[in-house]
Design a protein around this ligand. Structure first.
Ligand code: PLP
Length: 457
């Protein structure tokens, strides 16, 4: 029976938060989330808040699903831990792997597990280099990624990612990672003399230019999210992916789709690569795999790569103690069963997605919104100081985003700020009524933030 204030004091005293400026975080500014159900969170002060970010883009099935809780409880009492190192396996990992093979494209039928998206991307880096070495091409080591990408927080994940502040800490990236431009029309393309289609082609051809510069014989893979999430929900121009596909088809390099956010229904397809009709050789997954109920991630591997790993006398010296943890696999099975049984992915594509997108787009009438974009249930609002000049940006990048995010919380809605854009990614189970409430909170939030901006000149 610790009071809400005392919880915050203890949090302040003992807890180092990820991605947090602790010096700027006062004791009472903290939010202690105590309970959740569906799309709703309750904090320790009793406020009800709509979880417009599905936690960290992960609670796809919604909070409080007792079916998942029960499946985990049952698994814990049957076999609470075993691993799949060497020659062992266990029923939930076998069942889950078969389930995943049924959801992935036909040419992908194997999965190697970990506990998160970050470790999945670590595995990927080791795996693609090992694959090329086994193919007699050990020089194929470089992985091409994109600026502003987020692929996790481990050394390999943060190196594959293209976030400046992460690189400047700890001397990253590690060698052998090359970053090219991202297809960010509103933030970058619009400032050039290209139109959106031309910019999409230009950004795609950055890949071709990089391959030529590095030498195809040295390039192992290209990694990308179908839609960049933490970078700001960067929906590429329609010319981008077809051109990347053309480039990849004519080159002997692997394509890795990071599906950590895009996977499991976020775009209205099971995978973001399905939304763009891409054919990845490898996919990394986490988050929506268990809807965040327990930590589980993995690498989905094409038949062609699996065949090389199955050759005689080949061993991939890699694995984590908690990879394919039975309780996490049980959570994933129960979660995927819910997504399938309730048709939540198709619902995003055909019903709740279009319903939400229409109202989201209408937010462009607000004087502070330069662009409102959304695919599936995955959207962003670009905040601008002048609706008549969309190339203008706020001075002191990120400040208005932060102000808006704080108003959003006060208005009972979790949105995330990326620079001066607001991000939304709610549970796929959100109802039409809840979408209406979310939009009403967003409008109020935009009005509140706009008042502040005008007051401050
Ligand atoms: N890849 C992408 C695209 C992500 O968005 C994230 C996390 O947000 C990760 C990888 C890292 O996943 P995790 O936080 O589970 O390590």
């Amino acid at each position: 029976n610790v009071s809400s204030h005392d919880l915050k004091v203890l949090d302040h005293k003992h807890h180092l938060h990820p991605f947090t400026d602790h010096g700027a975080l006062g004791v009472d500014e903290r939010r202690v989330i105590a309970k959740a159900d569906g799309v709703w969170l309750w904090d320790s002060d009793g406020n009800r808040i709509l979880d417009g970010m599905a936690g960290l883009w992960c609670v796809n099935a919604g909070h409080g699903r007792q079916e998942i809780v029960e499946a985990v409880r049952a698994q814990m009492s049957e076999l609470s831990y075993y691993n799949t190192f060497f020659k062992t396996s266990h029923p939930p990992v076998i069942e889950l792997s078969e389930m995943l093979a049924g959801l992935t494209p036909d040419h992908i039928n194997m999965v190697m597990y970990g506990s998160s998206g970050s470790d999945a991307n670590d595995t990927i880096l080791r795996l693609v280099r090992t694959y090329w070495a086994l193919q007699g091409q050990p020089d194929k080591k470089v992985v091409i990624s994109r600026k502003n990408a987020y692929h996790g927080s481990t050394m390999a994940g943060a190196s594959l990612g293209g976030m400046g502040p992460m690189h400047s800490q700890g001397g990253l990236p590690i060698p052998g990672i090359h970053h090219i431009d991202q297809p960010y029309w509103f933030g970058e393309g619009m400032m050039t003399d290209m139109n959106e289609d031309e910019f999409g082609l230009w950004a795609a051809r950055e890949l071709e230019r990089a391959i030529e510069e590095i030498g195809e014989e040295n390039v192992a893979a290209f990694i990308a999210e179908p839609i960049q999430g933490a970078g700001g929900v960067i929906v590429p121009p329609s010319t981008y992916w077809p051109e990347v596909k053309r480039i990849l088809e004519s080159r002997n390099i692997l394509f890795i789709a990071d599906e950590v956010i895009c996977g499991f229904g976020r775009t209205g397809e099971w995978f973001g690569s399905g939304y763009y009709d891409l054919k990845p050789d490898l996919m990394t997954i986490a988050k929506g795999l268990t809807s965040g109920y327990l930590p589980l991630g993995g690498v989905l591997v094409s038949d062609e790569i699996a065949e090389v790993l199955h050759r005689e006398n080949v061993e991939f010296f890699h694995g984590y103690t908690y990879a394919s943890h039975p309780a996490c696999c049980a959570a994933a099975i129960a979660n995927l069963t819910i997504l399938k049984r309730e048709g939540l992915v198709e619902r995003v594509r055909d019903q709740i997605g279009p319903y939400f997108q229409k109202q989201w787009k209408a937010l462009e009438s607000h004087p502070m919104v330069g662009q409102a974009r959304m695919v599936g249930l995955f959207g962003a609002l670009e905040l601008v100081p002048d609706e008549n000049d969309l190339k203008k940006r706020f001075a002191n990048e990120g400040k208005v985003g932060t102000i808006t995010r704080d108003h959003s919380f006060s208005n009972g809605l979790v949105m995330r700020a990326v620079r001066d854009s607001m991000i939304i990614s709610p549970p796929l189970s959100i109802s039409e009524e809840e979408v209406d409430l979310l939009i009403a909170s967003t409008r109020k939030t935009l009005d509140d933030a706009w008042n502040d901006v005008r007051k401050q000149g």
